[in-house]
Design a protein around this ligand. Structure first.
Ligand code: NAD
Ligand code: UDP
Length: 349
């Protein structure tokens, strides 16, 4: 493994999934630090609009590419953030074979690319590796409770397999890889038809439609604002020495989905009624990160509380509202399969 930091502070950083929600914030933060950024995306859930403001910067390059295919960079790489993968359940389940392949083949291709360049890697893993957790809060040592055959498995098991690839390569001393287990993150640049709970509830409240709560709304999540997550990702990539295993990044403030819906109604001033819809199969009952490892090793902790983050997020969706009035927001967002993705996934079967 070569020491890429020897090239100085200005690095060439590849961000896969860089046109997505988190990736676009990460690209902007890396450019602000002075780095050169190549953003690789197949635009499955990401949007050119998310990075449109960055395109004027000569240090930013946008490449349309699917990580399931091998890739070679046009210049030496120092860092590779692998974020490519839909994160919203209806979206990653719309084409589950492609999701699994993105997690396994995609990560394999990106690790091979990093190895050719001696680049340091950060893999975006997820709290979904804990499944429907029997331990609460979730520490990195918890091995999880995941179905390998259910509708969430393409993502949960895909991300678990991706971690396996990463740590096998670390054990073989071939690469420096850091793995972030990211918990539910939200903020501006989420798509209004993304399908995750915060975007659904805010879009519905602003449109005066029914708020879709799956089940009774007693299930819990802990929501991290995107700027906090990006600070955590940057810190994890640059900390020395590398942590020995994965690191949880998330906000430990835990809310029931009903509490979240009430907060959204209050903050938007909406009179929308609540609609209880069937709870999806294998939906985790509760989730909260133990972030003591990140606090100790990275000196990181979230700074933005739910109401402050929701304020920015509501402003984002208000600004989009008129442009995107065709989005279906009454009840669960239904996701259309992309024919191109289906073809590619079919060829892998
Ligand atoms: P997102 O769906 O907004 O972004 C994912 C990006 O990856 C999109 O731009 C999409 O077009 C791209 N992509 C998907 N498959 C691809 C492929 N095969 N090749 C190239 N690009 C591909 O999701 P996000 O919330 O920004 O999540 C980013 C990463 O963080 C994902 O890896 C996700 O698993 C992880 N993560 C996010 C959260 C969260 O709450 N946001 C939680 C846990 C983990
Ligand atoms: N959820 C909900 N209404 C929605 C979308 C989601 O009640 O419109 C619930 C979902 O069942 C889950 C939680 O909110 O319990 C978080 O869902 P999300 O899809 O945001 O992320 P997850 O943590 O399940 O991947």
């Amino acid at each position: 493994m070569k020491d890429t930091s020897a090239r100085g502070d200005r690095l060439h950083v590849l961000v896969t999934g860089g046109a997505g929600f988190v990736g676009s914030h990460l690209c902007a933060a890396l450019l602000a630090q002075g780095h050169r950024v190549t953003c690789l995306d197949n635009f499955f859930t990401g949007k050119r609009d998310n990075v449109a403001a960055l395109l004027a910067d000569p240090r930013f390059t946008l490449v349309e590419h699917d990580v399931c295919e091998p890739y070679e960079a046009d210049a030496p790489l120092d860092r590779l953030y692998n974020l490519a993968c839909a994160a919203s359940p209806p979206r990653y389940q719309a084409d589950p074979v492609h999701t699994m392949m993105t997690c396994v083949l995609g990560v394999g291709n990106m690790l091979a690319l990093a190895e050719r360049h001696g680049a340091r890697v950060l893999q975006a893993s997820t709290s979904e590796v804990y499944g429907d957790p029997a331990e609460h809060p979730q520490r990195e040592s918890y091995r999880g409770n995941v179905s390998c055959t259910g509708p969430r498995a393409c993502y949960d098991e895909g991300k678990r397999a991706a971690e396996t690839l990463c740590f096998d390569i670390v054990r073989q001393a071939r690469l420096d890889v850091r793995v972030a287990r990211i918990f539910n993150t939200y903020g501006p640049r989420m798509q209004p038809d993304d399908g995750r709970v915060i975007s659904n509830l805010v879009v519905q409240a602003l449109a005066g439609r029914r708020l879709s709560i799956y089940g009774e709304g007693n299930q819990t999540r802990s929501f991290c604002y995107v700027t906090d997550l990006v600070r955590g990702l940057l810190a994890l990539m640059e900390v020395d020495p590398a942590p020995q295993g994965p690191v949880n990044l998330g906000n430990p403030d835990e809310y029931t989905i009903r509490e979240l819906a009430e907060t959204v109604l209050r903050m938007t001033g909406s009179a929308s009624p609540i609609a209880h819809l069937p709870i999806p199969k294998d939906d985790p009952a509760r989730r909260r990160p133990d972030i003591s490892l990140a606090a100790r090793h990275l000196g990181w902790q979230p700074r933005v509380g739910l109401e402050e983050g929701l304020c920015e997020t509501i402003a984002h969706f208000r600004a989009l509202r008129d442009d995107r009035s065709s989005v279906e927001v009454d009840g669960p967002v239904r996701w259309r399969q992309f024919s191109g993705m289906r073809q590619r996934a079919g060829s892998l079967e």
